[in-house]
Write a protein that binds this ligand. Structure first.
Ligand code: UDP
Ligand code: MG
Length: 315
């Protein structure tokens, strides 16, 4: 059997600090896999520069020139992790049998890669890298990440627990993924929908060695909202539930008022009146904003703008 061509897709945004080390480690691994004939000699690493403002692209271009196993894709501007990853996958599927996506900081253990390839050889189309434990993450990162997964599953979005974007996909899985044309990309939610044969490999998550996380809390929050609104309409149904609860409360108040009137003592209470007006007003606004979030998605999806523009592809 011919060995399969592996493309390792690495999105990079301002990664000049971690790239040199990551490149060295990834190349070392790829070389040894080629030597052991686990993958074809045509396998390569594809760095996707997501509109970095530092020397990331210069570094990538340098690696492309010195090593035949490195390629670089320069996007015309910053489009975000998910879109950059998609750009890499769409480009790599042209000449690879399988792709593995991994973050530039190599927090995900690259030693799981041979195991992933083995599962591909055994007939899996999708192999998830799943974190066994998160002891090396800061307390804050760990708890927010855990809340993220809980929130998502509470909202009815199916995703693999403790799996980020470290995964192997066969060419036909990537082809299938490319047919999902949505602009609000949430790959972790999309990939399980493909339905192909899947498996997982487990590893311990390492610390980010250099540079800082490009996912501060605010980005993580908007990522969660993106995820929920593009996979689930549960929040819209929750609005209905909330409406029912309010109706019930108002009925109880009505009964209370009628009973009080029948007994001959009128109901007083400026303060409670004001309170309920503000309370209900606030709830209505929140509900409106939930609906607006969906309308916003319809708006961006409806325009069918391209996800990214390619400036340069270096082989
Ligand atoms: N990234 C990107 N575009 C962005 C933000 C991040 O391509 O706008 C890349 C980044 O270079 C890294 C990966 O996405 O390779 C994940 O980012 P990071 O490690 O900062 O996230 P974390 O591990 O903290 O969740
Ligand atoms: Mg990281």
């Amino acid at each position: 059997m011919e060995n399969s061509i592996l493309a390792i897709v690495v999105p990079c945004f301002n990664e000049e600090e971690s790239l040199p080390k990551s490149n060295e480690r990834l190349l070392g691994l790829l070389d040894s896999m080629i030597l052991e004939r686990q993958v074809s000699n045509e396998s390569y690493i594809l760095y996707v520069d997501d509109g970095s403002r530092d020397r990331t692209w210069q570094l990538i271009a340098g690696y492309c020139q010195t090593d035949a196993h490195v390629r670089g894709l320069k996007l015309a501007g910053n489009v975000g992790h998910q879109n950059a990853l998609m750009a890499g996958l769409e480009t790599a599927r042209e000449d690879s049998d399988m792709t593995i996506s991994i973050d530039a900081d190599l927090q995900d253990d690259i030693h799981s890669i041979p195991e992933m390839v083995k599962k591909y050889d055994d007939g899996c189309d999708i192999v998830y890298g799943v974190r066994r434990k998160r002891t090396t993450d800061t307390f804050f990162k760990r708890t927010t990440a855990q809340m993220f997964y809980k929130f998502m599953s509470g909202m009815g979005v199916k995703s693999v627990y403790n799996h980020a974007d470290f995964r192997l996909m066969s060419r036909r899985a990537v082809n299938a993924l490319c047919q999902y044309e949505e602009r609000n990309l949430f790959l972790r939610g999309l990939v399980p929908l493909l339905g192909y044969k899947t498996d997982s490999v487990y590893y311990d998550r390492l610390e980010r060695e250099s540079g800082e996380s490009k996912y501060p809390l605010s980005k993580m929050l908007s990522f969660a909202i993106d995820g929920v609104t593009s996979f689930s309409v549960k929040p819209l149904r929750l609005i209905f539930d909330l409406g029912l609860i309010f109706l019930l409360i108002s009925l109880i108040i009505l009964v209370y008022v009628i009973v009080a009137l029948c007994r001959g003592n009128g109901v007083q209470g400026w303060a409670s009146l004001m309170l309920s007006i503000w309370f209900v007003g606030g709830c209505v606004l929140i509900c409106l904003s939930i609906i607006a979030a969906y309308i916003g998605r319809i708006y961006t999806e409806g325009k069918h703008r391209p996800r990214y523009n390619i400036e340069k592809y270096m082989k």
